[in-house]
Design a protein around this ligand. Structure first.
Ligand SMILES: [Zn+2]
Length: 312
């Protein structure tokens, strides 16, 4: 029951945040919007919608893992300067509330996942012996790893930018349409790539629970995760690790997949015991400076190529 209460409380707090922060965007001298997104892949998605009307910056630097992010003093100033702040939501930005409070002022806050139904946290939280699963009680935040769900991100960002800058409505509408077409092409490309993997080998083992929406869309089974959590900040008990070794052996899963920002230690230990390979250069939470994940679409293509290579 405690979990249900906390989830509802989290949602109410978010609603409150929206109500107190949804004033009209402040007038800026330069006549252009200052748009800030919490993290790099969101900034890229938003930049595609904003086009030439606004430069979208990322609060977190490239290479930072939002799950483990510790706010920097300069973050408050960045938020204070923003007219629009774009967040993933579902408690992915667990660090954001005090920053917004300290920044003061008014800005439009766009929750990119608004209207989507996240996978609930309850199921796995009960299995979590360590209780670390509590980190993401609002549910699984990783909806962006299914490009079809990013269509909703784009629509929410388009509507937010239009509200903050009504004169740009046509630009945002046309840009959003074009980017949604790119997302659809990306989805078709992924389906085609995944077809190279025999059905019985479409098995994923990851460090934390990041690929749920991806697996659901593209017909993979998530055999197990090393950390029983939607956050890379969680821990795992000896029994939980033994259980992962067991599920890898019984399922025949060929590899363990990690994002580049995660600690490889446990994965390597499990790989030693099971003889599977560790693929540790995926990007789930951040873009890179140039290749291989310079944009959200590049990030997805890189991940899919690495997964297909390891499983086909
Ligand atoms: Zn994650």
């Amino acid at each position: 029951m405690k979990k249900t209460f906390n989830t509802i409380f989290g949602l109410s707090a978010l609603t409150l945040l929206l109500l107190t922060s949804c004033g009209s965007a402040p007038q800026s001298d330069s006549n252009t919007l200052t748009v800030l997104a919490s993290t790099s892949f969101l900034a890229d998605i938003a930049q595609n919608v904003a086009g030439g009307r606004a430069e979208v910056k990322s609060l977190l630097p490239l290479g930072a893992d939002p799950h483990s992010y510790q706010a920097a003093p300069s973050d408050v100033a960045k938020i204070a300067e923003s007219d629009v702040l774009i967040l993933n939501g579902i408690e992915y930005e667990h660090f954001i509330e005090p920053l917004i409070e300290n920044a003061g002022g008014e800005r439009l806050i766009v929750i990119a996942t608004n209207g989507l139904n996240p996978h609930p946290a309850e199921e796995h939280a009960e299995e979590t012996e360590s209780g670390e699963g509590d980190v993401h009680e609002a549910g699984d935040p990783h909806l962006w790893l299914n490009p079809n769900l990013v269509v909703t991100y784009v629509e929410n960002i388009r509507d937010g930018l239009t509200k903050a800058d009504p004169e740009g409505a046509d630009v945002y509408r046309v840009n959003a349409e074009a980017y949604i077409e790119e997302l659809k092409s990306l989805d078709a490309w992924i389906v085609e790539q995944v077809n190279a993997i025999p059905k019985e080998r479409r098995l994923l083992v990851t460090n934390h629970e990041a690929l749920g929406y991806f697996a659901e869309r593209y017909g993979f089974e998530v055999v197990d995760t090393i950390l029983p959590s939607f956050s890379s900040e969680a821990g795992a008990s000896a029994q939980e690790i033994a259980a992962v070794v067991e599920s890898i052996k019984s399922s025949g899963a060929p590899a363990i997949f990690l994002s580049e920002v995660e600690n490889e230690k446990l994965a390597n230990q499990i790989a030693d015991e099971t003889g599977v390979k560790v693929v540790s250069d995926l990007y789930f939470e951040t873009l890179t400076n140039g290749a291989p994940a310079a944009t959200y679409i590049d990030m997805m293509k890189h991940n899919v190529s690495r997964i297909v290579d390891a499983l086909k």
